[in-house]
Design a protein around this ligand. Structure first.
Ligand SMILES: [Zn+2]
Length: 222
């Protein structure tokens, strides 16, 4: 499926395809500094997507999320313009449609819903990295130095560009985000294992039922 910026050509170029470097598995986390859309439907992500399509300065992400949706903006095999310090060639950028300073003031429900959408976006990116490039993105943060040598993992935009950025903010719930990401990544494996176990038990139940039937028949014949 084409991404938002492929379907809605931006006013100026907001991504570059193909990438100039192979993806590394570095995932940079942002907030878009948009106002939280707390009245009625949360249309924060759609609003940021439209803003990026219309802006006359550079700045984009691969995926923007709010509390009830994700908008895929840029193909993973293209560079998004998320970071001015050189990670764009190889990184994937994921952004939350809120302010870096906004996490503490959000309701617990809204924060969890945001984090959940962000983790889903990260899992989508990591699944693409795994299936297309054989890269595993662990559920952990990396330092700026590690991101420079292309170690897969998660880093904040603020850590990439400490002089100019602080997003996604000091209060971003990293533990909740990384735990949810990990849960989403192992879920398909767990499902396969549980399906096999269920099948095994169903077969066992059939064997027990057959034995029971045989024993009862013998008892009744006595
Ligand atoms: Zn940022």
């Amino acid at each position: 499926m084409p991404t938002y910026l492929e379907e809605n050509p931006p006013r100026i170029r907001q991504f570059r395809q193909p990438r100039r470097e192979k993806p590394s598995g570095v995932i940079v986390i942002h907030t878009a500094e948009s106002a939280l859309d707390i009245i009625g439907d949360d249309t924060g992500a759609e609003g940021v997507a439209a803003f990026i399509a219309n802006r006359s300065t550079y700045g984009s992400y691969h995926t923007i999320v709010d509390s009830n949706s994700r908008v895929r903006l840029v193909p993973f095999d293209a560079e998004a313009y998320g970071d001015g310090t050189g990670s764009n060639y190889h990184a994937i950028h994921i952004s939350f449609a809120c302010k870096a300073a906004g996490w503490p003031g959000m309701s617990a429900e809204r924060r969890s819903a945001m984090v959940r959408q962000g983790a889903e976006a990260a899992a989508e990116a990591a699944t693409w990295l795994r299936d297309t490039h054989g890269i595993t993105v662990p559920h952990g943060r990396i330092t700026r130095a590690q991101s420079e040598v292309r170690v897969p993992g998660f880093i904040s935009h603020g850590e990439r560009d400490p002089g100019r950025r602080s997003d996604p903010g000091a209060a971003f719930p990293w533990n909740e985000f990384l735990t949810e990401y990990q849960r989403l990544m192992v879920r398909p494996l767990l499902r396969t294992r549980l399906t096999a176990r269920v099948h095994e038990l169903v077969e066992q139940k059939k064997r027990i039922a057959a034995t029971l039937k045989r024993l009862r028949a013998r008892r009744d014949a006595l």
